[in-house]
Ligand binder design. Structure first.
Ligand SMILES: C[S@@+](CC[C@H](N)C(=O)[O-])C[C@H]1O[C@@H](n2cnc3c(N)ncnc32)[C@H](O)[C@@H]1O
Length: 284
């Protein structure tokens, strides 16, 4: 791997490892607001009782855990991620639900090695965009699938349709330098262009590629923008890093500005930050 790719990988690993606690704390909110996406992905892949499902970049076990519930005791789900702390949360969640048909293993999505043709379905929610070599990941995913097996991938759509992510960064940019990522390079919006997602699936050898978009309210209802900012700082490493690097009086300005900007998204008594994700489905 070229050294720049390795440095991107190292940066992503450090970033995700730094927010494990936030993902544990905010798990219920996350699960509830992203349930619609998990359900759509399970439908797109036709996951059903007795099947074997691979979830790449599962984080805290999503959508591996709903998949494990869907395949039932005669099925099996393998959830993989390259951050051990995330997987520890996923294992705790599976144990709390009494699930014995799901296993979590630390594996880099680009180096995934599982027996060829051993899964009926592959899920990859909001992870592909952080990989420096997403095509390598999709080659591995395709190899893992049996002939005719299906994949579902979720990637965030364009930044202007995802204020849940852009709002805090826009405010932070008033007070500090927010690093810009060149379009298409690894990061939250690397696959915002649906033609790139389609082309990458095509290059990996998938067929019957279909893209759909799903609207989400990220994190659900918040009382105010302060509560939303606490949530997003817990989950988004880049936001947390920028915020934590500011002096306390500047942080208070950021809090105030985010709270004011979030009012634009007030729906009756709650703040609801909208987003749009692509869901791509394809077949081996
Ligand atoms: C936004 S989280 C999504 C987690 C989960 N799939 C969900 O939807 O809740 C992104 C996850 O991708 C993982 N990730 C990023 N690059 C990865 C790679 N190269 N291999 C495996 N996991 C990776 C991170 O560790 C993190 O857990």
């Amino acid at each position: 791997m070229a050294s720049t790719a390795q440095s991107v990988k190292d940066r992503e690993h450090t970033t995700w490892a730094s927010v494990v606690e936030g993902w544990r704390v905010h798990d219920a909110r996350l699960r509830s607001s992203s349930r619609i996406v998990s359900e759509r992905m399970l439908t797109v892949t036709g996951v059903g009782p007795g099947q074997r499902v691979l979830d790449i970049a599962t984080g805290t076990g999503e959508p591996a855990i709903p998949a494990a519930e869907q395949v039932g005791p005669s099925g099996f789900v393998l959830g993989t991620d390259f951050v051990e702390g995330m997987l520890a949360v996923a294992r705790d969640k599976a144990a709390e639900r009494g699930l014995h048909n799901v296993e979590f293993r630390r594996i880099d999505g680009e180096d995934l090695e599982v027996p060829a043709g051993s899964f009926d379905a592959v899920l990859l929610r909001w992870g592909l965009m952080f990989m420096p070599d997403p095509l390598a990941c999709l080659h591995n995913a395709r190899r893992a699938l049996r002939a005719g097996g299906r994949i579902a991938i979720a990637c965030w759509a364009e930044p202007d349709r995802n204020p849940w992510a852009t709002l805090p960064l826009t405010v932070l940019a008033r007070y500090t330098t927010v690093p810009t990522t060149p379009p298409g390079s690894p990061g939250l919006f690397a696959f915002a262009d649906p033609s790139k997602l389609r082309a990458t699936l095509d290059a990996a050898g998938f067929c019957d590629i279909a893209l759909d978009e799903v609207a989400v309210v990220e994190g659900g209802d918040f009382d105010d923008g302060y509560e939303y900012l606490t949530y997003i700082r817990g989950l988004a490493g880049p936001v947390a890093r920028l915020y934590d690097g500011l002096p306390p009086e500047t942080q208070r300005n950021v809090d105030r500005d985010v709270a004011a900007a979030a009012e634009r998204f007030r729906v009756e008594s709650s703040i609801q930050l909208p987003g749009v994700t692509w869901i791509a489905g394809a077949r081996r």
